[in-house]
Design a protein around this ligand. Structure first.
Ligand SMILES: Nc1ncnc2c1ncn2[C@@H]1O[C@H](COP(=O)(O)OP(=O)(O)O)[C@@H](O)[C@H]1O
Ligand SMILES: [Mg+2]
Length: 236
């Protein structure tokens, strides 16, 4: 599905991530964890085409992504729900979704909207509301919904649960599990290590821009030292 080989990314002379090998398979949730500043957002933004890849290869379904614009990557099947959600506050919920479907034909966008609203019925109740008036959880649903409007096969999510009420966090995680069952590849960056571990099929930990740990979900869940050693924090 998605494969990074010898990958490095960053900003001009600043290297944020180096020597990263990563495979993100279809039908699975891959959790990318690590402390603040580890390079998680940079990695996701580089896959989406918004941050420079400085070295190595990024391949998606046999396409080399080198030189492809963010829009091209969306057309190939890669969608992003960015850190901070970044919905368009002055547009309505329906308009935000429409923006996400800009690569689709009108008929495909309608079908995509139907499935997004089936996944997030709350958005259906708020279609004419300005997105800026939604709660944080609803904005996250909208950010994911907007990404899904492109009918992706790879979904990149940066900080799913940050700042959300627990009930919303539950709902968003349930949707992720639904999506992977539908065959999507999910690359999830998440502050809440325990929540991420609970759904992850594989776990990669970045520390200071380098891969410090990698394991299957089951193995990571049975590894009591993992969180302490690599993340240095205990969360509930
Ligand atoms: N726009 C930028 N310009 C220069 N350096 C940046 C920029 N964004 C992030 N960085 C640096 O890249 C490193 C990784 O940051 P980031 O990918 O945001 O980490 P994380 O998402 O894991 O918290 C940090 O050292 C950060 O200071
Ligand atoms: Mg980040």
């Amino acid at each position: 599905m998605l494969e990074l080989k010898g990958f490095a990314c960053g900003y001009g002379l600043v290297q944020a991530v180096e020597m990263l090998d990563l495979v993100v398979p279809a039908g699975k949730i891959t959790a990318l964890l690590g402390p603040n500043g580890a390079g998680k957002t940079s990695t996701i933004m580089a896959i989406a085409g918004h941050v420079d890849v400085q070295r190595g290869e990024v391949r998606f379904e046999n396409h080399d992504l080198d030189g492809r614009s963010p829009a091209d990557r969306t057309r190939l099947g890669i969608a992003l729900a960015p850190e901070g959600r970044r919905v368009f506050p002055d547009l309505t919920v329906a308009e935000n979704l429409l923006v996400g479907g800009y690569t689709q034909t009108a008929a495909d966008a309608r079908r995509a909207e139907e499935s997004v609203l089936a996944l997030f019925p709350r958005l259906g109740e708020r279609l004419r509301q300005r997105a800026g008036l939604l709660s944080g959880g609803e904005q996250q649903m909208l950010a994911i919904g907007r990404a899904l409007m492109a009918r992706p096969r790879l979904l990149l999510i940066d900080e799913l649960s940050l700042g959300l009420m627990p009930a919303m966090v539950d709902l968003c995680f349930e949707v992720l599990v639904d999506l992977k069952r539908q065959g999507l590849a999910v690359l999830l960056v998440e502050q809440n290590t325990h929540r991420a571990l609970a759904v992850a099929d594989q776990v990669v930990v970045l520390v200071s821009g380098r891969k410090a740990y990698e394991a299957g979900g089951e193995q990571a869940r049975c590894d009591p030292d993992m969180v302490d050693s690599f993340l240095g924090i205990r969360e509930m």
